[in-house]
Every structure is written in C-alpha cells, then in structure tokens.
Design a protein around this ligand. Structure first.
Ligand code: FEO
Length: 396
C-alpha cells in the first residue's frame, strides 16, 4: 500500500474501507475512506489518523514516503474515532514533538483515550510552524462536533476540512472530479443530509466567513471520500443550497405496510402529486434505509408519512425514521400523515404529533382508512396529493 501524492508537499496516507455498510446508523452502500494526510515539511506532520483497526495500512502508506518515526507533529482536526482511533498508537510509536487539536478537541481526545501524552490546544487563527511552511487553524465548531477544526496549508493552497465536504465513498479515485458526477452528487448530498444537516446554521456562517477571508484554496482535503481540487467551486454552492433548505417542487412519501392498504394509499397520494407535476419519490421502508429517507427529505418540499396502526402504535420501521428525522431537524417542509388500521387507528394522531415535532407544517389532518381502502378513500388520498402539490407550488 503506497501513499498518493495529492499536492506538492502533501500525501494521502489514508485507508479505503470497501466493506463498510453501516456507520453509526448511516447506511453506507458504497463503503468509505478514512483520510489521513502526511505533510512533507521540515517537520513532517500527520493530519488526522484512521480508525484503529486500519492503523497498519496507514503506517504502510506512510512508510512508502518516510519512516513513520520521523513524523514530528500530529494534528487532530476532529476527535471522532474514525479519525482519532489510531492517535494513541501513533503517539506510542513515534513519540511526536507535538500533538495539536482545538481546545475542545484536547478535551475530547482526553475523554476518549485518557492520554498521558500532552495535547497542545490551538485556537482559531493560530499557526504552527512546520519549519519551511506553516499550518493555520480555523475552528469550525459544530460542523459537526464542538472540536471540529480546519487546518490550512498556504504553501500548497490546501485546506484540511475534517468531516466537512466529505462523502462516504470507497473508490480507487483520490480526486472528486475523477468520480462520476451523479455518484459524487448523491453521496455528498446523502452525507450532508445524514451528518451535517442539523448544523446548517453553522454551515451558513462558515460560508459567509469563507467569502470574507478570501483564502487561496485549490485543494479541499476532507476526512472521507475523494479530495476536491477545484477550490470548492462544486461543493461550496451545494453546501449553501442544502444549508438554506429552500423548499423544492419535490415530494417524498415514506411508509410501511402490513397488508398493502397503507401502500395503496401511498400510491394514490403519489398519483395526485405526479399529476400536478411534482417530482415524487416513494420510499417503502421495507426496502429503504433511514439514510435514504434523510437523503430524499433533504431536497423535498413536501413529506408524507404513512403507517398502519400496530398494537395501538406506529409501525416500528416508521417510528425508526421519525426518531432519526427529528434529530436531523429538517426545515421548511409541508406534509401530511396517512395509514390504515383495524381497531383503534391511533397511529394517525401519533404521526401528526411526530410530524409537528419534527417541524413539518401539516397541510391536512391526514387520511386514515379502516382495513382496506374503498374507492372513495383512494380518491381522498389522490386529492391529498393534489392539494399538497398546490400548496407546495405557492412555496417554491
Ligand atoms: Fe468522520 Fe465525525 O467523523
């Protein structure tokens, strides 16, 4: 395993996790990478490490450039264990002169690893001399952890952006422009929806700041997936759009079903939306992950959620997506609930409350149907789709 040179002085020494299919609740159908970077300065510096089980692969890549024991500094931009997991081993192995992290990062690293080796805190705007070049630190709190911090290497016009601007994608390509456009768009959107969305207000502040400080950036080296080398021309406007969450003429219908009644209702709602020219995605939860739900909710102006009543409750798979969505805090959505029942039909009211708690503006009290929808029930569902489409058109 060899390092990959990505700029004049920087090598990618990370790992490709082809097998990853689940990342703390996020379904990663295309795997991921944990990116670690070696700056070949007078004081060789490692920016980020990798998940602990992959440390030997990282060391092998480093060894293809220098003896790992010649590394003088380690920089931690983010303390989550997919990036910090190998820091304790690296400290033991190379005994670095300095390990640096943001103030919150120092605390987080100590709380994770109970280290005895000192970690040096750096603040926003601080610099670290690497001898013949310099790293500048930019705190990016809450994108997406309190400790998150960018590091900027002016010499190579390269920004180490920790988790921001990343994607979960295992690939042989190291640069984003080498990956098919639809793949990188889907995976960056999915990453934003599942990881960054709750922190959108911080993203907007970061972009404002970015516009103000005029950093000379060619490379954005993220912690996951390929590296951007277009100065952010593609990913920054996407982040701005996703952070603003302006409603779009798109609807997503999320449902599960027991005996196909709720499914029939979902299909009729979709029919009404489609007839009104709204792009519509129907996600049966038996075949869709909560991460796919988040991906489509990101760009949808209207969200419909359907559940049968099971034992006086919402169906478990629907409850899973509701809990997940509530945590992601999407904004500027309208929607409605629907579902079939046999006896009490409690799920509809519960769905309505959940949707209000998520922040979705209900355009209707919803539709519920006893056992199997009759023709007039299906018409009600179709009309719900049409009415919501009309409301959505007023908003976009
Ligand atoms: Fe890739 Fe927040 O860790």
């Amino acid at each position: 395993m060899k390092a990959v040179k990505i700029s004049e002085h920087v090598y990618w020494v990370g790992v490709i996790d082809w097998n990853l299919r689940e990342f703390h609740g996020y379904s990663t159908k295309r795997g991921s990478t944990y990116n670690s970077y070696l700056i070949m300065a007078e004081k060789p510096t490692l920016v980020e490490t990798v998940k602990a089980p992959f440390k030997d692969e990282m060391l092998e890549r480093i060894a293809s450039v220098i003896d790992p024991k010649d590394i003088k500094y380690i920089v931690s931009g983010h303390a989550e264990m997919d990036h910090s997991g190998s820091i304790p081993h690296m400290i033991d192995l190379i005994k670095p002169e300095k390990v640096v992290a943001s103030t919150m990062g120092v605390k987080a690293l100590q709380d994770h690893f109970h280290l005895t080796h000192p970690i040096i805190p750096v603040k926003d705007g601080d610099t670290l001399s690497l001898g013949n070049m310099e790293l500048k630190f930019l705190e990016t709190r809450m994108i997406h952890w309190p400790d998150s911090m960018f590091s900027y290497l002016a010499k190579d016009e390269l920004l180490f952006s920790q988790d921001a601007f990343g994607m979960h994608l295992a690939s042989s390509e190291r640069f984003a422009d080498e990956v098919a456009h639809d793949v990188r768009l889907e995976e960056t959107a999915k990453y934003y929806a599942n990881i960054i969305l709750p922190y959108s207000s911080f993203v907007l502040k970061l972009i404002e700041r970015w516009k103000g400080i005029n950093l000379n950036v060619k490379f954005i080296a993220t912690d996951h997936g390929p590296i951007w080398r277009d100065g952010g021309a593609e990913i920054i406007p996407l982040y701005e759009k996703w952070a603003l969450q302006k409603p779009e003429k798109k609807a997503v219908i999320i449902y599960d079903t027991m005996w196909k009644s709720t499914e029939a209702m979902a299909n009729e709602i979709a029919g009404g939306l489609i007839e009104e020219g709204v792009e519509t995605v129907v996600l049966p939860l038996a075949a869709s992950s909560r991460s796919d739900v988040a991906l489509h909710v990101l760009s949808a102006g209207a969200v419909f959620i359907g559940s049968p009543t099971l034992n006086n409750n919402i169906f478990p798979s629907v409850a899973d997506s509701l809990v997940y969505l509530k945590g992601l805090r999407p904004k500027n959505k309208i929607g409605a609930a629907f579902g079939s029942y046999g006896w009490g039909g409690e799920a509809l009211e519960q769905l309505n409350q959940w949707m209000k708690d998520i922040g979705i503006e209900l355009v209707s009290d919803g539709v519920k149907v006893k056992y199997v929808p009759r023709e007039e029930d299906l018409v009600k569902c179709f009309e719900l789709g049409r009415d919501a489409a009309a409301r959505l058109k007023e908003l976009v």
